[in-house]
Design a binder for this molecule. Structure first.
Ligand code: ACO
Length: 331
């Protein structure tokens, strides 16, 4: 079976920087609290009127350029987000329209911080079975519109930022290069630990003035539970991926962990016995960009020359659902 490989990578971060000090001017928090617990220094916010698909468009253009392709070369779009342009239709079709193309299939994946890994696995399978040859995979988020900038929402508001990343997945002409394996998990028993419950379809009508007054349009999170599970599941899935690929931890040249909290990643790296410099982090500059986080990180490490042809990388993510996963790639 043909192996699939990432042929191009792009990212887009909105220009507007929002520091911890800016947030401290909006509600009761401090730079010290945020940095100590999360490592975050600043994040980017999209301007009023900017959609999730707009950030995705910029990242996709860059990915296409780096793959030497035009929008018309793409034959399928997989779009990962938890902050879609609208409740429906999916954001993939808006991106397709903005790219100026028609007809090709578009699929939205709603798996939060693990959304990019799920999407990459779908693209990998499509390419390996020969169904599609140029799959655009995008992770994009505009979190800044849906955060509660008061004391009641500060635990979540300080964590998230806006941004997008994109890759093009296609057949590899060298069988030793490409996506080696993907390991995807979920445990719905923890679905309510981190959620946005405004769309409660069991209620008739499903949104009321009361639900808005109660602030149900904002995400709610039991932070400690997320933290505890993340530091358990990340090392677990890393070992699973290593074992399945017959690799040792030292074989991995660079880990690209989802950027949810620097402390989670430091703790996970320590448990795995991986030096911090092999566990990439950029959360200091962007906060948690959820589905965008991994392709943004990938785009940066390529630019910085941290990975080159033949490098072994492992992406690993954990997030709401709970969902988690790991993907091994020979670059
Ligand atoms: N600024 C100042 N104080 C705050 C803030 C804030 N932004 N947020 C909470 N506090 C206060 C709380 O009110 C509480 O005060 P109290 O003791 O007077 O009641 C105190 O700080 C401690 O609150 P905790 O929630 O217990 O703080 P904790 O040490 O657990 O840190 C944090 C919170 C940083 C959110 C941590 O739990 C965490 O990172 N969890 C993981 C979160 C995560 O990764 N989420 C994203 C998942 S990815 C996805 O799928 C979307």
């Amino acid at each position: 079976m043909t192996r699939a490989r990432i042929l191009g990578v792009g990212r887009y971060l909105p220009e507007r920087r929002v520091t911890n000090f800016d947030l401290a001017n909006m509600f009761e928090t401090s730079d010290e609290w945020i940095q100590q617990r999360t490592g975050i220094v600043e994040r980017r916010y999209a301007d009023e009127g900017v959609y999730c698909s707009d950030l995705a468009l910029e990242a996709s253009r860059e990915a296409l350029k780096s793959a030497g392709m035009k929008p018309g070369d793409i034959d399928f779009i997989v779009f990962a987000t938890l902050s879609p342009d609208h409740h429906f239709p999916g954001t993939g079709v808006y991106l397709q329209r903005k790219l100026g193309i028609t007809d090709i299939g578009c699929m939205d994946i709603r798996n939060q911080c693990t959304g990019f890994l799920y999407s990459l696995a779908v693209a990998d399978a499509f390419v390996r079975i020969g169904m599609y040859k140029r799959v655009l995979v995008v992770g994009s988020e505009v979190h800044s519109s849906a955060l509660n900038y008061t004391k009641a929402g500060r635990d979540v508001a300080v964590l998230f930022g806006d941004g997008a990343g994109a890759v093009i997945v296609g057949p590899s002409d060298d069988p030793s290069r490409g996506i080696i394996s993907s390991h995807l998990h979920a445990d719905g028993r923890f679905a309510d630990i981190l959620m946005l419950e405004i769309f409660n379809i069991s209620k008739k009508p499903y949104i009321t003035h009361q639900t808005l007054d109660e602030g149900r349009q904002y995400p709610k999170m039991v932070g400690r539970e997320v933290f505890k599970m993340a530091v358990t599941k990340i090392p677990e899935v890393v070992h699973e991926a290593l074992q399945a690929s017959n690799l040792k931890i030292e074989d991995i040249d660079l880990f690209l962990p989802h950027q949810a909290n620097l402390r989670i990643n430091q703790y996970a790296a320590q448990q795995l016995g991986v030096p911090e410099e092999k566990f990439y982090s950029n959360i200091q500059r962007y906060g948690n960009t959820t589905a965008g986080s991994l392709p943004i990180a990938l785009s940066e490490v390529l630019e910085q020359g941290l990975i080159k042809e033949g490098s072994l990388i492992m992406m690993v993510a954990f997030g709401s659902g709970f969902t988690w996963g790991a993907t091994v790639i020979r670059w």
